[in-house]
Design a protein around this ligand. Structure first.
Ligand SMILES: [Cu+2]
Length: 382
């Protein structure tokens, strides 16, 4: 039987010397005001807000401002998954057997402005790889737990029908390899995650991803597809602290995250991998919530979803013309819209306090202005 790892065990060593005093802690934070996201001057960003944003330097261009890549540990691994990493649509008309190879890897990596965290990952990224199959396919899953791991890991596919979604069948100690297979009976966009107890801890540390089971005939063609997942990170140290941050099991149980993130860490989808599209293109965003605890109120500032595949169902007809969509923890949606006006659009959870704790992503749309749809005076240069 698998051992239940004690979450209090084998904590990351924490060096008190890396903790700065409170003032420098706040100055070093990666906190980002919504006003800043929208291009408002710092004075507006500070409005009704603690000093998290007030002490930040907002000079420079918007693309090199707040979320700079870890200047303290520039060599640190980046676990962020590129949202453009979506396999192409399936053109098969018959079911097939597919090999899915996952490796669980624990790695200290960039978390925010000047901090790192020991992430637990599938294949070294958060979220793990986007897996694409077709209804009727048989998936042969192999899960290898890297020998350097401290913990046992496994994988539970919400797309699978069978005990634990494969969790028990794949529970692997460090250095072990396990496998199972399942047939994809239902189309949809599904979460997968590690389910070794305490499951919430394994998810919070980064062990989640999406698997798309295309319906027969596939999905309607679009110009660009993107892969985005929302998660929470529970650290002992307050938001914005410098250094190697350590996981807090107590805050996890109390559902009090210090960080909310898209694709793994603060700034992943603003500085590292903003989504990019051109005027005239249609985009589809697969948006999942790893959580483990908070549902999302997914919204793109300045856009309206032309179609929403609610709860990730491709069997029910999509909703049309939607501003904000609820995405449950352990759930996913697909949204589609046409990019009609160039500019920068911001992906948020519209529970907007979470922006202050790191959650934001950019969609950068390039192309000719469309004054018949949106017309505003040019910004004054300073
Ligand atoms: Cu795990």
């Amino acid at each position: 039987m698998k051992a239940k790892p004690d979450p209090q065990d084998r904590r990351n060593d924490h060096e008190p010397s890396k903790l700065l005093d409170r003032r420098s802690l706040l100055a070093g934070t990666a906190g980002l005001g919504l006003g800043a996201l929208l291009g408002a001057p710092p004075a507006l960003a500070q409005h009704n807000h603690r000093t998290l944003v007030a002490e930040h330097d907002f000079t420079g261009t918007l693309s090199d401002r707040v979320y700079s890549v870890n200047p303290v540990h520039p060599e640190m691994a980046d676990i962020a998954e590129n949202p453009a990493n979506v396999p192409p649509p399936i053109d098969r008309t018959e079911p097939a057997t597919i090999d899915v190879e996952l490796e669980t890897i624990e790695v200290e990596a960039h978390l925010a402005h000047n901090s790192t965290f020991r992430f637990w990952t599938f294949n070294g990224t958060v979220p793990g790889p986007f897996i694409r199959a077709r209804v009727g396919d048989t998936l042969n899953v192999t899960l290898k737990n890297h020998p350097d791991s401290w913990m046992m890991h496994n994988v539970d596919f919400h797309a699978a029908t069978g005990p634990g979604g494969g969790a028990e069948a794949t529970s692997a100690a460090p250095g072990e390899e396990k496998s199972f297979s399942f047939k994809a009976l239902n189309p949809g966009i599904y979460v997968y995650h590690c389910a070794v107890p305490p499951v919430a801890l394994h998810i919070a540390n980064g062990m989640y991803g999406l698997i798309l089971i295309e319906p027969e005939g596939g999905l309607p063609p679009v110009d660009k597809e993107f892969y985005v997942m929302q998660g929470e990170i529970y650290t002992n140290e307050p938001f914005g602290t410098s250094g190697l941050l350590t996981e807090s099991y107590e805050k996890l149980l109390n559902e009090r995250p210090e960080y909310f993130v898209l694709n793994g860490h603060v700034g992943a989808l603003t500085d590292h991998y903003p989504l990019r599209a051109n005027v005239g293109e249609t985009v589809r965003i697969y948006y999942g919530v790893g959580g483990p605890n908070y549902a999302s109120n997914f919204h793109v500032i300045g856009e309206i979803f032309d179609k929403v595949y609610q709860f990730g169902s491709f069997v029910s007809p999509p909703l049309e013309s939607v501003q904000t969509v609820l995405v449950p923890a352990g759930g996913a949606v697909a949204v589609e819209f046409k990019c009609e006006v160039p500019g920068r659009y911001v992906l948020v959870d519209h529970a907007l306090s979470r922006v202050e704790r790191g959650l934001a992503g950019y969609l950068l749309v390039e192309g000719d202005a469309a004054p018949d749809i949106f017309d505003a005076p040019e910004e004054e240069s300073e």
